[in-house]
Design a protein around this ligand. Structure first.
Ligand code: PMP
Length: 357
């Protein structure tokens, strides 16, 4: 079978070695005679897995174990939209509005308190990251950013200094670029892009940085309880966490975030450079706000859409349709996507453009 080039926004491509190791573990985990799918989450075998995964998360992000803990939780990144304000929003919090994912977070947070708009790019279809972000307010319980907006293909490059705890939804760019992660007091991300298999949600928290809101919180939504239970308050998503561990080990073996970041830049530049020069395709995001993970673009001649879609399918390029809420096209270039796949994509776009000139 011809290889597929998978540009899906998530669930997304993982390294082939991770697929191989994970499938082996489904049949016979570590030569134990048992499948990873049948071992107890209280067994020593799984305790070792989750502890290594939690430690590797902090190690790869360069976060100290004195202040930060990593948790593998349920409910996707979306569950954090309400869990964060449930725990920490007493009066008001500041949110930067960079499109659908931020808006969903804002919608849930409004159930718990007042939301201050720190800036918005709504005026231009979220095609940029606002330059003027409100800073240094001390009357906010916390501040919330979406570091990379998966739908529009925007990415925050510099995070403004703030005087209150900073929460960041890194669902679509965690582990893809080096940052000083200690500028954030809570980082969360669904697993299904750069972490592992869909199912688990990674939450990294510096609990001491936040004040608890004065309300009763059900146990499974209470960070203190979850921290105390070390991510094992109830049955965790064993397989998803195991796949995450395999992927984190792969990342470490690649040389960590710094080395995948370099590859990610090469991949993204290759595609952006072509799109910038193209007469048939137009990138949708302003230059200084462009994501290296999700690259959005339009086909300038909409009447060619079905020809273009057939052409992509014929060349085994999949997952290039834009998010259902915005349309157009989007190529997601997560850590595991090979440079070769981007080369194939660019040469296909070139060929299509030549055919229709
Ligand atoms: N935030 C961002 C930035 C996302 O891209 C997504 C999903 N693509 C979500 C939140 C929601 O994640 P989940 O489906 O895990 O709830």
């Amino acid at each position: 079978m011809m290889p597929k080039h998978n540009f899906c926004a998530g669930p997304a491509k993982l390294p082939d070695v991770v697929f191989q190791q994970a499938s082996k573990a489904v049949v016979n985990y570590n030569e134990s005679g048992l499948s990873i799918l049948e071992i107890s989450h209280r067994s020593n075998a799984f305790t070792v897995i989750i502890e290594e995964a939690r430690a590797l998360v902090l190690e790869l992000l360069g976060l100290n174990t004195k202040d930060y803990v990593a948790l593998f939780l349920h409910g996707g990144a979306s569950a954090q939209f309400h869990q964060i304000p449930f725990n920490f929003l007493s009066k008001r919090a500041g949110y930067l509005n960079t499109g659908v994912w931020s808006q969903k977070a804002i919608h849930e947070a409004r159930f718990f308190g007042e939301i201050v708009d720190l800036g918005s790019s709504n005026d231009q279809h979220f095609s940029y990251i606002p330059e003027k972000i409100i800073q240094n307010r001390i009357d906010l319980d916390y501040i919330h950013y979406t570091s990379n907006n998966t739908i529009y293909g925007t990415q925050i490059k510099n995070f403004p200094e703030q005087k209150v705890p900073v929460v960041v939804d890194m669902s679509s760019d965690i582990f893809s670029r080096s940052l000083d992660f200690s500028q954030f007091q809570l980082i969360y991300a669904g697993a299904q892009k750069n972490i592992g298999a869909a199912g688990t949600t990674l939450v990294i928290i510096n609990r001491k940085a936040f004040s608890q809101a004065n309300r009763k919180i059900p146990s499974l939504l209470n960070y203190d309880y979850l921290i105390q239970k070390e991510s094992l308050a109830n049955t965790p998503t064993v397989f998803s966490i195991y796949v995450s561990l395999l992927n984190l080990r792969w990342l470490k073996a690649q040389g960590g975030i710094k080395s995948v970041e370099k590859r990610n830049e090469v991949k993204a530049n290759l595609l952006y450079n072509y799109l910038d020069a193209s007469n048939l395709f137009t990138p949708l995001v302003k230059k200084n706000s462009r994501s290296n993970m999700n690259i959005t673009f339009a086909l300038n001649k909409p009447d060619l859409t079905s020809d273009f879609d057939r052409f992509l399918e014929h060349h085994n390029i999949i997952g290039l349709k834009g998010h259902r809420s915005v349309g157009d096209y989007r190529a997601s270039l997560y850590n595991a996507l090979e440079l070769d796949s981007v080369k194939v994509l660019v040469s296909c776009l070139q060929q299509f453009e030549e055919n229709y000139e």
